[in-house]
Design a protein around this ligand. Structure first.
Ligand SMILES: [Ca+2]
Ligand SMILES: [Ca+2]
Length: 300
């Protein structure tokens, strides 16, 4: 697993763009979507006081397989017998109560199979927050360094890499295709009803891309935006930014859902902004959700 040295520093976390401004930038989206972003505000200065190493890439299928084989750990999608989610071109979201975009849960789907082809170099999907904890604990035990998920603040600091715009390259969705595998012209033909939400560019990948296929950010990190959503360590707190500590905020002390960041290969540009927060219960596994690990500096 390749890691990149991320220096200590400070940055402006979050976004307080008004619904009006966002509506101008994303004219195809309904207004209610812009009014559900209160958890991104206020923008606040955060100090990251310790340098750290962050995975240059999302954890891959091959890396996860080596963990499973060496440790004997059973991922939740297999251990509880309910499986994960997957892409099935015959599946119709209208047939389910929740209207999920993907078929599941179904034991046919797991980290081994999200319904489309993945090599060992693609990001692992259908892994839970608890699975990520298990991988980090096992690596910490076997390698003599402390591995963990990044905090939400560490993640956004690393994603922004010194930038203050919606995306590392700027505010416009145009150009995202060079740095992020998102819902683009390659993906649109598979999802005719959402075609108009695809970015105008083509990133070359209808589904996941092998990690590191797209351009890195200024820290040298690949796929922080797009490809697979990434679990972070924090519980989600709707009002957390208003009172979080300014130095190394660890997230709320408790909660019911864990944050994931960065969007995925299936995500519209609006939801692939650096500041966007989404969340799920820690045992959620999904076709779009993977992880990236942080390694602390020094011996444990
Ligand atoms: Ca794509
Ligand atoms: Ca990602």
């Amino acid at each position: 697993m390749a890691f990149v040295h991320i220096p200590a520093g400070s940055f402006a976390m979050g976004s307080d763009e008004s619904p009006e401004r966002l509506a101008e930038a994303f004219p195809l989206l309904e207004r209610r979507r812009f009014e559900l972003l209160a958890d991104e505000a206020p923008v606040h200065t955060v100090q990251i006081s310790q340098a750290f190493y962050l995975g240059q890439h999302e954890v891959t299928v091959g890396q996860f397989r080596r963990f499973i084989e060496a440790s004997g750990y059973r991922p939740e999608s297999e251990a509880d017998g309910t499986g994960g989610y997957g892409y099935n071109p015959q599946y119709d979201p209208a047939t389910t109560a929740r209207g999920d975009a993907f078929e599941g849960r179904d034991p046919r789907y797991s980290w081994r199979n999200p319904g489309f082809a993945q090599t060992d170099d693609h990001p692992v999907l259908n892994v839970t927050w608890n699975d990520a904890q298990a991988l980090a604990s096992w690596l910490s035990r076997t390698e003599g360094h402390r591995y963990r998920l990044p905090t939400e603040a560490e993640w956004e600091y690393a994603c922004r890499a010194g930038t203050t715009t919606r995306y590392p390259h700027g505010d416009a969705p145009a150009g995202l295709e060079r740095e992020a595998n998102v819902f683009d012209q390659a993906a649109a033909p598979y999802w005719p009803r959402w075609q108009q939400h695809a970015i105008a560019g083509n990133d070359g990948h209808a589904f996941t891309a092998p990690v590191g296929s797209l351009a890195p950010n200024a820290f040298g990190l690949h796929d922080m935006l797009g490809n697979a959503w990434e679990w972070v360590s924090d519980w989600h707190g709707e009002n957390y930014y208003a009172h979080s500590p300014s130095s190394n905020p660890p997230g709320p002390a408790d909660g019911s859902v864990r944050v994931r960041r960065g969007g995925s290969w299936h995500t519209w540009a609006f939801y692939a902004r650096c500041s966007y927060r989404n969340w799920n219960s820690p045992e959620t596994r999904y076709t779009l959700v993977g992880m990236r690990l942080l390694r602390e500096i020094g011996q444990r």
